[in-house]
Design a protein around this ligand. Structure first.
Ligand code: GLN
Length: 199
């Protein structure tokens, strides 16, 4: 079974664990660099990206997470987690000088809270490239993906905005796939985390 970690500093990590376990993955919680040992993939959950970033500094996780990916580990960022993967972050609050630290492993720019404060959260049936029926996508103060590099594959848009992308072993979603019973995107991630052995 693929061994998948869930970054468990803040946010919706328990629900990710449940979805992944329902698919047969062996799931563990990651708080310290040593927790990454032996994993095939790691989910960075939704929550509050500046809070998660501060805790990543406290726990010394920035370089180990980049090393984990460089060594072949798959990463999936959902909502706040997607912000943490992006090369560029727009819309950070003024106390961060408009700048916000991120892992910068994915060639994309995100804009925080981009669907506006009037509509803090909503759910839509989302057409996803490669899925034969719409995915029930829950958006909560979600970022949009504004710019993507050549190597980034756009898998879904909502209202013209990019909300799901893939780049190699990296996946980023603006929405929260762990908040519905539909585990198809978790299955997609398991496929990235444990590529089939070539025949
Ligand atoms: N608005 C949050 C942020 O910018 C993300 C919200 C979420 O993860 N649901 O960090």
């Amino acid at each position: 079974a693929p061994r998948i970690g869930v970054l468990a500093l803040q946010g919706a990590f328990r629900e990710h664990r449940q979805r992944l376990e329902s698919l047969g993955a062996q799931v563990s919680e990651v708080r310290l660099p040593a927790d990454l040992a032996g994993l095939h993939g790691l989910v960075l959950p939704g929550g509050e990206s500046t809070t998660i970033a501060r805790l990543m500094t406290d726990f010394g996780l920035w370089a180990p997470l980049r090393d984990f990916h460089a060594a072949g580990g798959a990463l999936w960022g959902t909502c706040a987690g997607a912000i943490l993967l992006a090369r560029g972050v727009q819309g950070a609050p003024p106390q961060f000088g408009g700048q916000q630290r991120s892992l910068a492993v994915m060639d994309l720019t995100v804009r925080r809270n981009a669907f506006g404060r009037q509509v803090d959260s909503f759910a839509v049936p989302l057409d996803v490239h490669g899925l034969d029926a719409p995915f029930p996508a829950v958006f909560i103060r979600a970022p949009v993906i504004e710019e993507v590099g050549e190597d980034v594959e756009v898998l879904a848009r909502h209202a013209g905005q990019i909300v799901l992308v893939r780049q190699g072993r990296l996946l980023a979603s603006s929405f929260h796939p762990e908040l519905t019973a539909d585990a198809r995107l978790h299955a997609l991630f398991l496929g990235l985390a444990a590529p089939p052995v070539p025949a």
